[in-house]
Design a protein around this ligand. Structure first.
Ligand SMILES: Nc1ncnc2c1ncn2[C@@H]1O[C@H](COP(=O)(O)OP(=O)(O)O)[C@@H](O)[C@H]1O
Ligand SMILES: [Mg+2]
Length: 386
């Protein structure tokens, strides 16, 4: 098989784009200027009616702007023939928008046939795209959309948008109509595809979690497609521009930030440690010396067995027959701070034990450490040395 190389993304620039629908006093899109960098996924997030769809449709000229101009690459496409333009821009909408009386193959072949590709090239391309979106060509090529699940139809929608290998993909709430599990899978597939294809993708969603997961950048819009904030997911979480963005980011923002940080990136806390077989009095003295109420007991391979309070140690007075606490939860160095916090909240200690290779003890994470890390993340960014 020959190596297929695809057309890489081109930047899109909207300059002072306005759309006023006839008979309406307020502009649906009011003077938006924004650049979508080549090869990136930009997420447009905002409340219903704020002008997301109108903005998207002006890029592929399904709607004519009232004023302003649009560049793709360095070319002003404001006056390009709309049919020609749409071949350079894939468009995916909710529910896939497949033609029900066309087979899957014919749906995908739509644009290549308009471009008058020869038969063999069209059929090769259809099979290649089915393969790309994870559907066996022989099995799906001749089916009709109604014979497919919602998730499969959505994959066909993506395949169709990619058919003529456009540098730009516009996706307007494409995964809005599928169940959460399918949705997650489609999101993962899109990320995988994008690694390979490097298109410029503008993706509308009203789901902030989807925006965080997929976006290289997120533009948060208010009525009239006013840009409230345009930044990376990390920056938006750490520094929401105003209360409107905070509302979108939601109460879970801190937790989302925590899920971007790994346990190995923070300084672990030192617990009082004892080994099976140690002298309990020495263990108690060592714990008291660093002001701890509990010790974590390790086996001879340094694997955590259980927490013991100093009270228990004084009462039982032995570290010889320590049984492993089957409920002892640990996290690894690769776990996220969010995982660590989860474990803490279900344990009664406010700490969670961290293990490394072969489950060996590394230290503990305390609630205070997580809170501290969170505050650090929310400091204004400092100049990074390069
Ligand atoms: N064809 C149209 N004619 C008149 N008004 C429209 C039309 N399409 C959308 N609108 C209005 O423009 C505004 C933006 O709509 P839209 O771009 O669909 O928003 P979103 O996709 O963010 O929900 C809304 O107030 C909507 O009612
Ligand atoms: Mg819309």
């Amino acid at each position: 098989m020959s190596e297929h190389s695809s057309t890489a993304g081109e930047r899109i620039l909207l300059e002072n784009i306005t759309k006023k629908y006839p008979g309406q006093s307020a502009a649906a899109v009011d003077d938006i200027t924004i650049e979508f960098p080549a090869g990136e996924i930009v997420m447009l997030v905002g409340p219903s009616g704020c002008g997301k769809t109108t903005t998207m449709k002006m890029i592929n000229r399904l709607i004519e702007p009232t004023s302003g101009r649009i560049l793709i690459g360095d070319e002003d496409v404001t006056d390009t023939n709309p049919d020609e333009l749409r071949r350079r821009i894939g468009y995916v909408i909710q529910g896939a928008g497949l033609f029900p009386h066309f087979t899957v193959g014919d749906n995908i072949a739509l644009v290549p046939r308009m471009l008058k590709w020869d038969k063999q090239r069209v059929s090769d391309r259809v099979d290649e795209l089915l393969d790309l979106v994870g559907l066996e060509p022989g099995e799906y090529r001749d089916r009709y959309p109604r014979e497919l699940s919602g998730g499969q139809q959505q994959r066909i929608g993506v395949a169709r948008a990619l058919a003529a290998d456009p540098p730009v993909l516009l996706m307007d709430e494409p995964f809005g109509a599928v169940d959460p599990i399918t949705r997650q899978r489609l999101q993962d597939e899109l990320l995988r595809l994008q690694e390979e294809l490097q298109k410029t993708i503008v993706f509308v969603t009203h789901d902030f979690d989807e925006a965080l997961k997929l976006g290289d950048r997120i533009a948060i819009l208010e009525t009239g497609s006013q840009i409230v904030q345009y930044d990376t997911p990390e920056q938006i979480l750490a520094h929401p521009a105003n209360e409107f963005v905070e509302g979108f980011v939601g109460a879970g923002a801190a937790l989302k930030q925590l899920s971007l940080t790994r346990v190995r990136e923070i300084d672990l806390h030192e617990a009082a440690v004892a080994h099976v077989g140690d002298d309990p009095d020495e263990a108690i003295a060592a714990a008291e010396a660093i002001d701890r109420e509990h010790v974590i007991v390790l086996d001879r391979f340094d694997r955590p067995q259980r927490w013991m309070s100093l009270r228990e140690l004084r009462r039982d007075g032995s570290l010889t027959n320590v049984r492993r606490d089957l409920n002892l939860e640990t996290v690894s160095l690769a776990s996220t701070l969010n995982d660590a916090l989860d474990e803490m909240l279900t344990s009664s200690h406010g700490v969670v034990v961290v293990t490394g290779r072969r489950n060996s003890y590394q230290g503990v994470v305390r609630v205070e450490t997580v809170m501290g890390a969170m505050q650090q993340l929310q400091q204004p960014p400092t100049e990074a040395a390069t």
